[in-house]
Design a protein around this ligand. Structure first.
Ligand code: TXE
Length: 501
């Protein structure tokens, strides 16, 4: 894939690309398998390009390249690793428009989002770890009178990153930035639905000075993902995907006792109390359900509204949902693009059908748009259902599409119990002007992140990840360093060893 150095986007709604390769040891290389798969434009369901699928031999080659590159990269002074990653961040920002257009082409997400969020939130994390790389240190303990201990912090070795399709380049950066900053090397497999931007990232890392073999990209579906989780030459696996996938990866990684971290699904509660700023709460509900056409793991898709303000909430919400612009993702005015694939659209529509058939009150949306220019794409109008019951399938399960479920509640204890009554635990939010109540609830909500009067704001210096079925470990912040390094204790005795025999 050749990238122009200009900043004008080179990808548009009808772009087609040449057959894509793998990226191993600093070069685009042909796969040795005869397998290939197509990546499809979600807005038109036309093929963007074919992508070569890696074979076991290609995986072995990528892991060997990463293994061979590891000693020199680990021995590179952390400040120098930081400088190289910071240079990559600068190139990514300079190519933001081009990369955003590529991401929109592959994912169907509105260009207004990809230009402002996808690359930029990845770069923020890259800059964060580039900055802290020189500060990573071990520890020292004095054991008077003759001994002391030094705690070394060492990289793990070769890490595998397995990405999901909703934020392809951001996920690739959220995994590779801490891994590389800590001195590890990586073999990354993007989701087969959105394989393109990870290759662009590899190209940019190379241009920035990341040595050959430090960051490699292999392509393919779950079968290739499994080759990584099972590979004896890989020391750690970081997955972003569905909860069920996490369990499968954990089982495979167990065979060679790999370190694992998982960013999995969610069905997060958004609690809105009567004393909240209702207009702000409506804004948060829109972001928490319809950003990226609802394909965001941390979304607040169970919207609990205190009974006394439910009518006001819906009255304010409905016109704002109906004003959302559904359209071609390359149109800067579009707010809601197509879903990532026809198969995913069918899954989301099955939940819409359930909601229409249920006792819930249909507020708006949930149908295919009537605009004839959209019939070729995986479009659905953002949907809101009220008077939902906690046990309805579309309320319990992760839809991963633009379906907002509104439930009413009467008191704090009731809504807390209902909010926590799920196997997931990725995120939650509380909208209330009573900060002590909001903080009290934040302590008791079972979630890895709780927003108070906010939603989906994720500064790179704070850890992100789920509890219960939503994941293991954290991404971002200093905590991710714990997942990409291990310590060695060196205990030194400067006196005689006395022993006991
Ligand atoms: O996930 P899948 P998708 C979740 C989100 C949603 C899902 C959407 O909740 O449910 O991801 O992404 C590979 N062994 N999050 O459909 O199917 C597969 O090829 C090894 C949560 O892509 O689980 C792909 O690359 N690999 C997240 C990746 O796993 C396997 C944010 C994910 O695929 C595999 C974004 C196997 N057995 C999405 N099976 C968060 N919490 O931050 C599949 N794969």
């Amino acid at each position: 894939m050749s990238f122009s150095t200009s900043t004008t986007p080179k990808y548009g709604p009808d772009s087609v690309l040449p057959k894509q390769k793998l990226f191993i040891n600093g070069h685009f290389v042909d796969a040795t398998s005869d397998d290939a798969f197509d990546t499809i434009n979600p807005a038109t369901n036309k093929t963007i390009c074919s992508v070569q699928q890696a074979s076991q031999q290609d995986i072995d080659k990528a892991v060997s390249a990463a293994r061979d590159a590891f000693p020199a990269w680990a021995a590179t002074p952390a400040r120098e690793r930081g400088t190289i990653l910071r240079r990559a961040a600068k190139i990514l920002l300079a190519r933001n428009e081009e990369l955003a257009a590529l991401e929109t082409l592959d994912t169907g997400k509105a260009i207004s989002e990809t230009q402002t969020v996808d690359i930029i939130t990845g770069v923020e994390v890259l800059e964060y770890y580039a900055g802290i790389a020189p500060t990573l240190h071990g520890d020292y303990f004095d054991h008077p009178p003759t001994a002391f201990s030094i705690i070394h912090r060492e990289p793990l070795g070769v890490c595998a990153g397995i990405g999901a399709w909703n934020y392809p380049i951001q996920i690739a950066m959220w995994k590779s930035a801490p891994a590389l900053a800590c001195g590890n090397t990586m073999v990354f497999k993007p989701a087969e639905l959105t394989p393109l931007s990870a290759l662009a990232l590899a190209d940019i890392y190379c241009e920035a000075g990341v040595p050959n073999g430090v960051f490699n990209v292999v392509q393919g579906d779950a079968r290739i993902g499994r080759m990584l989780s099972l590979h004896p030459g890989i020391d750690k696996v970081s997955l972003t995907g569905e909860a069920g996938t996490g369990k499968k990866v954990m089982a495979d990684a167990a065979t060679t006792l790999k370190h694992v971290t998982f960013e999995l699904g969610g069905k997060s509660p958004l609690l809105i109390f009567a004393d909240a700023d209702i207009e702000s709460a409506v804004s948060a509900a829109l972001v928490a359900n319809f950003f990226s056409t609802g394909q965001v793991c941390s979304n607040g898709t169970r919207v609990f509204v205190e009974r006394s303000v439910i009518d006001e909430f819906i009255t304010r919400l409905r016109p704002r949902v109906e004003a959302m612009r559904v359209g071609c993702p390359f149109d800067p005015q579009t707010q809601v693009g197509p879903l990532v694939s026809t198969k995913h659209w069918q899954k989301v529509m099955s939940y819409m059908d359930d909601a229409f058939a249920s006792a819930a009150t249909h507020v708006t949306g949930g149908q295919r748009p009537t605009d004839s220019s959209l019939t070729a794409g995986n479009y659905v109008l953002p949907a809101v259902f009220a008077d939902c019951d906690d046990n309805m399938r579309f309320v319990r399960e992760e839809v991963f599409g633009p379906l907002m479920s509104i439930l009413t509640f009467d008191n704090e204890e009731e809504v807390l119990a209902r909010a926590n009554a799920t196997d997931y635990g990725l995120a939650a939010a509380v909208f209330s002007r009573d900060f002590s109540r909001a903080h009290r609830l934040a302590q008791r909500l079972q979630a890895g992140t709780v927003w108070i009067n906010d939603y989906n704001t994720l500064p790179p210096e704070v850890p992100f990840g789920g509890v219960k079925g939503s994941g293991i470990g954290r991404e971002n912040g200093l905590q991710a360093v714990e997942h990409y390094t291990q310590t060695k204790t060196v205990y030194a005795n400067t006196g005689d060893f006395k022993g006991c025999y």
